[in-house]
Design a protein around this ligand. Sequence first.
Ligand code: GRF
Length: 212
Amino acid sequence: MFLRVAVAVSGRGSNLAALLRTLGGGAPARVVLVISNRADVGGVELAREHGIPVHVLKDISDPEEWRRALIAAEAGLLVLAGYLKRVPAPVVREWRGRIINVHPALLPRYGGQGMFGRKVHQAVLASGDDTSGATVHLVTEEYDEGEILCQGVVPVLPGDTPETLAARVLEVEHTLLPAAVLAIAAGGAPVSVRHEGDGVNVPSPQSPAPRP
Ligand code: GRF
């Protein structure tokens, strides 16, 4: 038995690639479906290369279309990995607690509608904050407002541009998101992830800590 994971993407799919690297073989979770609002993106190509079924949405706001795709794949978890559109509210309600998103900043700061991609890192740099990072959180009807499950922190360095900061944050996303999925698959509540030194502390999938 493994957790069947659907992954929604809108772009290049590097987080999907990180999930595929981690969730292979005997992992307790497996990517069984990739959903995208666009057919011509790296994430879709990657899924096809791995032989993973792809559903390109005809109508991104049609809850029935989402429902059909998720149910047909028998998905137990939906991961938004660079999916930049809104998941229809009825789907969010029906799947509450089973949809997670990765955001490239330390929520609750630098989130919300329109806060994606370069804009997030520009805002962090403009604020003068000396840290940024990635957040995995539950998805609710509002952008980036669901419960925070785990975070990884990176420094903001002198001379950073939105691009250099984005690259540093993305590296953390690639560890944090698979770790969160594994922790969920292990049946425990994902836990807060503290940054220590140069790495990210990930929850052990074997012994997930209790929710604080
Ligand atoms: C990531 O930074 C993610 O946090 C954000 O969009 C980016 C997607 O990257 N929401 P990728 O498509 O996974 O490479």
